[in-house]
Design a protein around this ligand. Structure first.
Ligand code: CTP
Length: 200
């Protein structure tokens, strides 16, 4: 929040996360979907948790993973938040406000993982050097794999039904997927998590 009527957000629609939750439910997995403010209907069968800020998402994720075997972190979490949200609406007669932002905590990097072999999937949205940056996130955020997409292409990614992604694995493997619906990508991600779980 900037003030009671305005907020900072980004172009992510939440569709990828919802598609993953639907795929997990279809695969018979107990699923909690922690969602920011999006315009999407709830996923039948998922335990829905609605949050607004990055700090609330952090808390909800930490609580939910206590009983989980895997975390798929598709959320486009805000990296910066207004340092001091105004308690009352900012009025334009007062002139253009200067917003001071402070960094949010990185959820993947600061989570206390509930057990050994807990499976973590991260995402990487990049406009340049996709492979290099995705691999860096894979290692810094200690993921089993990262789902990377190039968000500089105007016809994929944000607020669309399909996407082109590459999966980068901790083992060093990279798997580029042809353009696919978010439903198909969701099923692939859940299948890869299941494959890793079967090999533990
Ligand atoms: N992420 C997170 N907590 C944050 C920001 C991001 O857990 N405060 C997670 C995202 O859910 C995603 C991964 O980190 O799984 C990468 O997010 P992305 O936005 O691509 O990258 P950032 O780490 O935020 O770095 P940058 O925005 O500089 O690319």
């Amino acid at each position: 929040p900037i003030d009671p009527v305005r907020y900072l957000s980004n172009r992510s629609s939440g569709r990828m996360g919802y598609a993953i939750a639907a795929a997990a439910i279809a695969g018979g997995h107990r699923t909690t979907l922690i969602s920011g403010p999006v315009c999407l209907p709830p996923i039948d069968g998922a335990e829905m948790r609605h949050i607004v800020t990055a700090a609330e998402m952090h808390e909800a994720v930490q609580a939910a993973i206590a009983e989980a075997d895997a975390l798929i972190m598709a959320a486009a979490v805000a990296d910066f938040t207004p340092a001091r949200p105004a308690p009352r609406k900012l009025k334009k007669e007062r002139g253009a406000p200067v917003l001071e932002l402070s960094p949010t905590r990185d959820i993947l990097q600061s989570l206390v993982r509930p057990k050994k072999n807990f499976i973590v999937v991260g995402f990487a949205a990049e406009t340049e050097n996709l492979a290099e940056r995705a691999k860096r996130k894979l290692s810094v955020k200690q993921c089993d794999f990262v789902v990377a997409n190039d968000v500089s292409l105007s016809d994929t990614g944000f607020d669309r039904d399909d996407n082109i992604v590459t999966l980068y694995f901790r083992t060093g493997a990279a798997r580029e997927m042809a353009r696919a619906s978010k439903a198909d990508i969701g099923r692939r991600i859940v299948a890869e998590v299941q494959r890793i779980a079967n090999n533990i």
